[in-house]
Ligand binder design. Structure first.
Ligand SMILES: Nc1ncnc2c1ncn2[C@@H]1O[C@H](COP(=O)(O)OP(=O)(O)OP(=O)(O)O)[C@@H](O)[C@H]1O
Length: 216
């Protein structure tokens, strides 16, 4: 297995919001974590990335323990790519500058990967929502992460364009050939994109399986 989460318990205040989360992901898989707003999905990603430290549990990537009661690898040393809900693009930088800020010398390769060739000199506000998302992906993938985390990749996008954007994202992930975890409240996103689906409810895993098993 590529990524292991073992018995993760986490609370911000008094009440635990993650209560013994266990799952494993194979190299190359795209896994969707589905759950209602507030169910703790983003927190799982934040723990994997190292932005939060659980009270209990182990996170392991390949053979290395990233988080446990004895170990903690800093986020910048994990080589994990995180695309945030709001994309966190630099508004005063062009498309090219946004990518070069992350990694020099890979702009053309990344623009090709996400179908944004010719947009080098635009600013983020001159891009559509879907294009901004692809720029955020390009910027993250430029750093060649071992694992990609996508937090609600469709939350800011036009409902009407969702199908197209889902397909674009699916194609980019296929081309990039990267292990991915995406978090969404919308089962249709998960069905469209994921090899495997994990449903969380009240801080526990309710279901894990293939998209075709989800309604059975
Ligand atoms: N910094 C924080 N301090 C205290 N409580 C927090 C903090 N961040 C999140 N929470 C609470 O923890 C719970 C889980 O939040 P989380 O963001 O992981 O949920 P989510 O499933 O990703 O929700 P959404 O889909 O709305 O982003 C929520 O009840 C939220 O209010």
């Amino acid at each position: 297995m590529f990524l292991y989460l073992e018995d993760i318990w986490f609370k911000y205040d008094k009440e635990y919001i993650l209560k013994g989360i266990d799952f494993q992901i194979k190299k190359g898989e795209t896994v969707a974590i589905v759950g209602e707003s507030g169910s703790g999905k983003s927190t799982i990603l934040r723990i994997i990335a190292g932005f939060e430290k659980p009270q209990k549990g182990i996170v392991r990537l390949e053979d290395k323990i990233l988080t446990s009661n004895k170990h903690f690898v800093l986020p910048e040393k994990r080589n994990i790519g995180f695309v945030f809900q709001d994309y966190a693009l630099f508004p005063h930088m062009t498309v090219k500058q946004n990518i070069e800020f992350a990694k020099k010398g890979k702009t053309q390769e990344m623009l090709k990967l996400v179908n944004l060739e010719g947009y080098e000199n635009r600013y983020p506000y001159e891009l559509s929502g879907g294009q901004q998302q692809r720029l955020a992906l390009a910027r993250t993938l430029a750093t060649n992460p071992r694992l990609l985390l996508l937090d609600e990749p469709f939350s800011n996008l036009d409902e009407m364009l969702k199908d197209k954007i889902r397909n674009d994202l699916k194609e980019i992930l296929r081309r990039a050939n990267i292990t991915t975890i995406l978090v969404t409240h919308d089962r249709n996103d998960a069905l469209a994109l994921a090899d495997r689906i994990i449903i969380i409810e009240n801080g526990k895993i309710k279901f894990t399986g293939l998209p075709e098993e989800i309604y059975t």
